[in-house]
Design a binder for this molecule. Structure first.
Ligand SMILES: [Zn+2]
Length: 372
């Protein structure tokens, strides 16, 4: 019996190049109409009792190849628990092995978050008291763009995730955020619901998610470069979210992402926007300081370089929203590797810890909302 490789499912991505004995050569497939690729997700079967070596032979041409050193592939046999497995990156090839004690094993860049799970989440949360649901619009593949609204307060808060669909950690964060916000026993959530109205888009790129893309939608467009001028033809997802924000206004925004290279959680702000004031910026920095004090799952030492004055890229949501609404806006980045300041040798950065970080972000926001 030979080894079988399959990625023909929600959020799957791999192409079989060849099998030679117990060695399987694979390629990651590019996003449709785009050159971006790095997300992979596939299953392997028919190898029980064998130790199989998997080689992703085009890893060196991926979007962020500099992120592979120090990265460890996630593997699961039950699609619930995703463990890290030893992974080597040499000469543009990503190599990992798996000893098959079971019939089927699953491999992914990070613990996947399927569109089926998205629908489970949205439907479960929409049933909770005080939650309303609406479709902000439709994607190019005719999938709904779901928004959940929670709270009755004056401050308008927007949380949105997964503009980059391969960053599945962002929707695990959303699952944690939504569970906390609808927990009747949670005092921070109660305060937030009273002082703010929270508009939450758990998945801003359903098409890229279902197609197994890294970074783009069904038209190969990077949604986080569309916020200055979204169109119905190329970026209906951004157009729908931005139009809804224009109706409500926005005092606080968090755009949730994952980063390929940096082994830590961090925030990126809106330095360099034309209307920058130190007062607006200081609120963003204060949020980061309070979040660091609240949890070992966050830190301030590692992160991106700040844009120079006047040099902000207004096609990115955080800059556009900060400029457009005067909002305290930020991009949250979580690692594909681990959060090295408080590591986990078995799972690395993981779904459970994404959810814990979401809880800490909302606790921090609850203590901060009066200052917005
Ligand atoms: Zn991203």
């Amino acid at each position: 019996m030979s080894i079988q490789i399959c990625a023909a499912f929600d959020s799957g991505n791999i192409r079989l190049v060849g099998i030679e004995g117990d060695r399987v050569d694979l390629e990651i497939v590019k996003d449709h109409q785009s050159d971006f690729y790095q997300w992979f997700h596939f299953r392997a079967s028919g190898a029980k009792g064998k130790t199989v070596t998997f080689r992703i032979v085009n890893a060196g041409g991926s979007a962020y190849a500099f992120g592979w050193p120090g990265y460890r592939t996630r593997v699961s046999i039950d699609r619930q628990l995703w463990r890290m497995t030893d992974t080597d990156y040499t000469d543009g090839v990503l190599t990992f092995t798996h000893r098959f004690d079971s019939d089927i094993a699953w491999f992914a860049y990070f613990a996947p978050y399927s569109m089926e799970r998205h629908h489970d989440l949205v439907s479960r949360i929409a049933l909770m008291p005080g939650v309303s649901h609406r479709e902000l619009g439709r994607t190019l593949d005719d999938q709904p763009l779901d928004c959940l609204t929670i709270g009755t307060g004056e401050k308008q808060v927007w949380l949105y995730a997964r503009q980059h669909p391969g960053e599945s950690m962002a929707e695990w964060w959303m699952e944690g955020a939504l569970e906390k916000l609808t927990d009747p026993a949670d005092t921070a959530a109660k305060a937030l619901r009273e002082k703010a109205t929270l508009h939450i888009v758990p998945n801003a790129n359903p098409d890229g998610s279902r197609r197994g893309h890294l970074r783009t939608n069904a038209a190969g467009v990077n949604l986080n470069r569309e916020w200055h001028a979204p169109t119905a033809e190329k970026s209906p997802e951004v157009l729908a979210i931005r139009n809804a924000m224009d109706e409500t206004g926005c005092a606080f925004a968090m755009d949730v992402h994952g980063d390929e290279a940096i082994p830590a959680n961090f925030l990126a702000g809106f330095e360099g926007i034309p209307s920058w004031t130190d007062a607006q910026g200081e609120k963003y920095y204060e949020f980061g300081r309070r979040l660091t004090a609240a949890t070992p799952l966050f830190q301030l030492e590692q992160g991106y370089d700040k844009a120079a004055p006047g040099k902000a890229n207004l096609s990115m949501s955080t800059n556009q929203v900060a400029e457009r609404f005067g909002a305290v806006a930020m991009t949250l980045e979580m690692p594909f590797k681990d959060h090295d300041p408080s590591p986990d040798a078995e799972q690395g950065w993981s779904p459970d810890r994404c959810k814990q970080l979401a809880h800490a972000c909302l606790d921090t926001l609850a203590g901060f909302v009066d200052d917005l």
